[in-house]
Design a binder for this molecule. Structure first.
Ligand code: ATP
Ligand code: MG
Length: 565
């Protein structure tokens, strides 16, 4: 992780691994194309929260601009009035800042360009390059042809310029119902590229827009808005995902016909991550139908979800760097992301002890009422993080898994008549096992060896070390364990007719309400991930229903999930 800096804006081009887009940009700058200017943009549609796929696009667009001394605009692609909400705009901005990027004054909205786009549509009509069509959406689809057959001209295609100008103005004035007419570009109904078969530029929608209110009842389509917005903002490199490659000829056509500044569109492969979904429609459905507890549910692939889960922004940036930017679609295993999180937290997360599945241990030879403060580092490799004092007393909790009634030879933890070291503490020996009427082990009676606090004396070696929490001092907490949200690698794309909802993993969240942590965690900072020693990383979250501090499992210490497969 040598080339990582905490502030992505400080990264220079030399430190960043090259990819084909960075190469193109470096060459363009070297040849003084666009007067040596670099302007990129990140263009989210404000109809949902950002997810890890967006992070890939953000790290590329903002990253390359920062590396090369260019600018990256934030542009809300708000051309679709019915789906957009201010909640999403605020969330997107907060997520971008959290991820470590800033757009300064370069905040734009496609809706700011509605008047200009309208004027440009009139210009195309005047040039005989666009016409008003009365066909319905269905009829337009039918006449479009197929990949192997050309389409047919609409009967309205040869309307005069004057008639088209009049009709389009009346469309704007609200004289027609939704869907009654559209404005289409007049290109070529036989074009091999279906996107050039007289694509729709404007549709009628009597809908309230979050920024323009009721001013407009016609709205531009993505293809007519996007390139022109890029042009208005003098974007030099318009970077988008591969599915827009077939739209590039149309992107170029509009710009050429209008004779305006021509940005260049480049396409890269979108991120597909296993065992989750990233389509906003599907994410909306998960939230609306309460399959998860909101957009920020720690199981969601959203940035707000990952933040609550305890993923550091730096780990997400490292992940985006590691997967690189290429031209062919691929699936990335979730373990790649988790490795980045694990590596980052291993370096930064404060350590603590917590027992998530407690078993009571009484040290029968330890004085009642006695408390010793045992000394431990907050981070074993980072002495500057300081030390912590952990109270120790006669009654403690250990992890139920750390005891076995009839342990196999290789089990180095506790069993009847066996010894184990308590982390930072004594070696103890299990002398007696107490069971309830059902035969379950409910308590262990152990003795401790007074001479073994901290370092063991000569010849006094035990293999196992287990974590523990003093019962009298324990902080009761709730721990939420997480597993994959889905049972299959690519939900919703598998067998015929299987809905992605049916592929949800019913065991993706397990709530453990009876857990204990060392008392210092009472001051845990919400949003900070701790390493629970021997267990994994856990991020402090707000209170649970019964007012306990909650810890969300961030990631395990090792990639145990891979091994289970
Ligand atoms: P959806 O189709 O689910 O609505 P979208 O791609 O249309 O998602 P936008 O808000 O339009 O979502 O995306 C903003 C930007 O983020 C676009 O430039 C898009 O290419 C990019 N982006 C979205 N998803 C991914 C992904 N999985 N990998 C890389 N970039 C992505
Ligand atoms: Mg989109």
């Amino acid at each position: 992780m040598s080339n990582e800096k905490n502030n992505p804006a400080e990264q220079t081009a030399a430190e960043q691994p090259r990819d084909f887009i960075r190469n193109i940009i470096a060459e363009d700058l070297a040849s003084n194309k666009n007067d040596g200017r670099l302007a990129t943009r990140f263009p989210p549609e404000p109809n949902g929260y950002l997810h890890i796929g967006h992070a890939k696009s953000i790290c590329l667009n903002f990253g390359v601009a920062a590396e090369q001394g260019g600018v990256c605009h934030l542009r809300f692609d708000d051309t679709n009035p019915v789906k957009e909400e201010n909640e999403f705009i605020d969330a997107i901005k907060a997520d971008l800042h959290w991820l470590g990027f800033d757009w300064g004054d370069n905040e734009f909205f496609a809706s700011n360009y509605f008047e200009q786009l309208y004027q440009w549509a009139m210009q195309l009509i005047s040039a005989g390059k666009a016409y008003v069509d009365d066909l319905s959406g269905e009829e337009i689809r039918q006449l479009r042809g197929t990949l192997s057959e050309p389409g047919s001209n609409s009967p309205y295609r040869e309307r005069s310029v004057a008639e088209n100008l009049d009709l389009f103005e009346r469309m704007r004035n609200g004289e027609f119902a939704d869907g009654a007419k559209v404005l289409r570009a007049k290109i070529d109904m036989a074009a091999p590229n279906m996107n050039l078969r007289d694509p729709v530029m404007y549709r009628i929608l009597h809908a309230h827009h979050h920024r323009t209110g009721d001013k407009w009842c016609i709205y531009p389509m993505y293809d007519f808005a996007h390139g022109q917005s890029d042009s208005i903002e003098k974007i030099t490199h318009s970077i988008c995902t591969l599915e827009f490659a077939d739209h590039r000829p149309l992107y170029d056509w509009f710009i050429q016909q209008l004779g305006i500044f021509a940005p260049h569109q480049y396409e890269f492969a979108r991120l597909n991550l296993g065992y989750t979904v990233m389509s906003k429609r599907k994410l909306h459905q998960l939230v609306a139908d309460k399959h998860v507890c909101g957009w920020d549910d720690p199981r969601m692939p959203t940035l707000v979800g990952m933040r609550r889960r305890g993923y550091p922004a730096q780990a997400i940036r490292t992940f985006c760097e590691r997967i690189g930017v290429g031209k062919s679609d691929s699936w990335i295993d979730m373990s790649v992301l988790e490795d980045c999180v694990r590596e980052q937290l291993n370096e930064t997360a404060p350590r603590a002890m917590a027992v998530i599945n407690p078993l009571k241990v009484v040290l029968t030879d330890y004085p009642e009422g006695k408390v010793e403060m045992l000394d431990a580092p907050i981070h074993p490799q980072q002495p500057e993080m300081g030390r912590r004092q952990i109270p120790f007393s006669r009654e403690i909790y250990i992890e139920r898994d750390d005891f076995m009634m009839d342990p196999p030879k290789k089990f180095f933890r506790l069993g009847p008549e066996r010894e184990v070291r308590l982390r930072y503490g004594y070696i103890i020996k299990c002398n007696e096992v107490i069971r309830n009427d059902a035969g379950e082990v409910v308590e262990l009676r152990c003795s401790h060896d007074n001479a073994t606090l901290g370092a063991a004396p000569q010849g006094r070696k035990v293999k196992g070390i287990i974590h523990w929490v003093s019962q009298a001092h324990a902080l009761a907490v709730e721990v939420r364990q997480y597993d994959r949200l889905f049972n299959v690698a690519s939900p919703g794309t598998n067998k015929d007719g299987v809905d992605f909802i049916d592929e949800l993993n019913p065991g993706s969240r397990q709530i453990l309400t009876c857990c204990y942590a060392e008392p210092a965690l009472a001051d845990a900072t919400i949003g900070t991930a701790y390493q629970f020693e021997r267990l994994g990383y856990y991020c402090a979250d707000c209170d649970s229903d019964d007012k306990k501090l909650v810890f969300n499992q961030t990631v395990t210490l090792r990639d145990s999930w891979q091994k289970q497969k």
